[in-house]
Write a protein that binds this ligand. Sequence first.
Ligand code: SF4
Length: 327
Amino acid sequence: MKWHSLSKKVLGGKVIERGEARALLESSDDELFEVLQASFEVRRHYFGRDVRLHVIRNVKSGNCSEDCGFCSQAAKTNSRIPRYPVQTVEEIVEGAREAHRMKAVRYCIVASGRTTPAEEIKLICEAVQQIKREIPIMTCTSLGLIGLKEAEQLKKAGLDRYNHNLETSERFFPSICTTHRYVDRLSTAKALKKAGLELCCGGIIGQGESLEDRIDLAFALRELKADSIPLNFLDPRAGSRFETCKRIQPAEALRSLAMFRLVNPDHEIRAAGGREACLGAMQVLALFVADSMFTIGYLTTEGQGYQTDIAMIQAAGFRVTDVTDVG
Ligand code: SF4
């Protein structure tokens, strides 16, 4: 296939077909640069050479009742991670100040758990209100399954966006989690949209899913009109259920990223967790597809470091987005 024809099709307002998405995922390493060029044309059309930096803060870690196989925060894992209760408003706000100093456009407040108790939602609302008053940065939270009432409460506090990933296809979901269902995640995503919050919703590649599962996820996110799609690459954590999974190869990760871009052309796409571990020396190529990335690490793992991230962005001729350009 001439991969350029796919970017032409997408930029002409058409949707790529599942067969084309499959062909892209099955393309050879020799075709990788043509695939990346096609997705770069789409990325450049909608986002130029901008890179939106996000900073994530784990405000409550570990002891989760759920059994997501990829996650080291599940209570039943014996992962060696810090476990702590919810942080104070001041600690959370201080994290936003640090994120702003790093030129992040968005600060994401994450708490482990199936759901978040009412008093903790109230505390996080207070933190969001203070951040919105004092710091020029967009806000996001990720607090597990949530209903319309709580979503509206967060929206009223000034929250901009909420993250809740579908993680994988509906078909494969029972293989990664047995304590809640795909449909529960879908309902949360729909409640967030209904409350008027921006929806950040993505998934994880490399959990043993098939190519069809990846395509299902890409199209499900398109249907949901997810404003932002974080694509994670499984970096198997010691002690988690998926600790023996093998990391996917860099070229495979890049092809997956390219497929998500072509299916969701104008959505923010983030090269998220596992970027450094799975892409290795090829991670700079992710910038030609994704318009966004986390800096200074993830929930329970370190990144490659802020200065290295900035050097990589600049060396490849990209530009860190200023918050005033997206606010
Ligand atoms: S991904 Fe979230 S819900 Fe699943 S085990 Fe980890 S913290 Fe719990």
